[in-house]
Design a protein around this ligand. Structure first.
Ligand code: NAD
Ligand code: ZN
Ligand code: ZN
Length: 385
């Protein structure tokens, strides 16, 4: 079959690989109908999240069930499903404690309590390096879905792929960021990063009762997108001091909730890069530092952007003095997906309005370059195998 294959940093291309096959009685094989490129894939493309071997990319995908393992009774050939990106067994300690991204069984080679960069990770993810389980991803014609009795969800026939595809990752991820802050209604929510994850967090903030939603991004075209699809207020850090602006908008207090939807590879100056080199740090925590400044005392910072090393000048003094609550990690998609399918199917939220490009999978190299370089006003790319 054909797939988007990672060869080395900067080199993801359309290639031939072996067809996946049923390896366990709980597997299904899916014929992929739509798949998307995620900001998380860019951390592999850049080499910051390391991968030595060739690998089929992609953790945002949906399709039609082609073949089912002998233990599968919840799905049959022909069912149309979306698949949450964390791979979870459904039965271990963490899976039974609403913490499926920490599954103890899906990543048996590299699992461990440490959570360090090179050794012990959490549960597995589709198409996300050997450290995260070494599973082939869904930017492909076909994909093997393990533990298929647990995570795939059948989607309504009358909805297009585009309407439901983002239930696999970015909508539950944006939702997690807001759910973790437990809004009571009326909060001011500032969301750093207006890429796909930031845009989904904006939608989730409105749905959970925010009174003001502020999007922050250095790219004007992404702020325009945010204004158009989500009716948010916007701030560009190239044009204003974002922390001062947020304080001015909130009687000097700061936002009730700040979301970091950027992570460790933000736009960086020469000084940022120099600091990272001498401190042996990966990327930068500058966005997180801004969140801690811009949030009000006793507020919440939700970190959805990925971080990948130690960071020695972490401003713990500010976090302590302001009494900030921090919550972060891989989104526990399974905790939310059924509720979120309801929201989409009852039209309480529209997800496909962030798509800017739909291209054949054969154009995957060009699609990665465009999404990474932020050219052609690219916000979200859907690939068709
Ligand atoms: P993206 O790269 O398209 O978006 C990031 C946005 O941040 C861009 O629009 C960029 O212009 C903006 N940005 C850069 N520097 C900034 C700054 N200083 N201040 C404000 N904004 C800045 O990626 P995405 O798909 O939206 O993903 C965002 C992050 O979320 C990535 O780190 C990704 O790995 C992570 N992610 C995490 C989970 C999870 O479960 N926790 C799931 C999906 C994605
Ligand atoms: Zn993702
Ligand atoms: Zn498990």
């Amino acid at each position: 079959m054909k797939a988007a294959v990672f060869h080395k940093p900067g080199d993801i291309r359309y290639d031939s690989v072996d067809d996946p096959r049923i390896e366990d009685s709980r597997d299904v094989i899916l014929k992929v109908t739509s798949t998307a490129i995620c900001g998380s894939d860019l951390h592999i493309l850049s080499g910051a999240v390391p991968q030595a071997n060739n690998m089929v990319m992609g953790h945002e995908f949906m399709g039609i069930v082609e073949e089912v393992g002998s233990a599968i009774t919840n799905l049959k050939r022909g069912d149309r499903v979306v698949v949450p990106f964390p791979i979870a067994c459904g039965h271990c300690f963490f899976c039974t404690h609403e913490a499926s991204p920490a599954c103890e069984n899906s990543n048996y080679k590299h699992y461990g309590p440490n959570g360090d960069m090179m050794g012990q990770k959490g549960g597995a993810l589709f198409g996300y390096t050997d450290l995260y389980g070494g599973y082939s991803g869904g930017q492909a014609e076909y994909v093997r879905v393990p533990y298929a009795d647990i995570s795939p969800r059948i989607v309504p026939d009358d909805m297009s792929d585009e309407q439901v595809l983002f239930l696999t990752d970015i909508f539950p991820t944006g939702w997690s960021a807001i759910d973790w802050a437990q809004l009571k209604g009326g909060e001011v929510v500032a969301i750093f990063g207006s890429g796909p994850v930031g845009l989904m967090a904006q939608k989730a903030a409105w749905l959970n009762g925010a009174s003001r939603v502020i999007a922050i991004d250095p790219l004007d075209y992404r702020l325009e997108k945010a204004k158009t699809v989500n009716k948010v207020e916007t701030l560009n850090p190239h044009k204003v001091n974002v922390v001062d602006a947020i304080r001015e908008m909130t009687n000097g207090r700061g936002a009730d909730v700040c979301v970091d939807a950027v992570g460790f590879e933000p736009e960086r100056s020469f000084v940022d890069k120099f600091k990272a080199t001498i401190n042996f740090e990966k990327g930068s925590i500058k966005v997180l530092e801004m969140c801690f400044e811009a949030v009000r005392r006793m507020g919440t910072v939700s970190i959805m952007g990925v971080y990948g090393s130690t960071y020695d000048n972490f401003p713990l003094h500010r976090v302590f003095d302001k009494g900030i609550t921090i919550k972060q990690g891989q989104a526990p998609v399974l905790n939310y997906i059924d509720h979120l399918i309801d929201l989409v199917s009852t039209k309480k939220v529209v997800l496909d309005d962030i798509i800017t490009h739909t291209v054949p999978l054969s154009k995957v190299s060009e699609a990665y370059a465009m999404f990474d370089d932020k050219t052609d006003n690219c916000v979200k790319v859907v690939l068709k195998p």
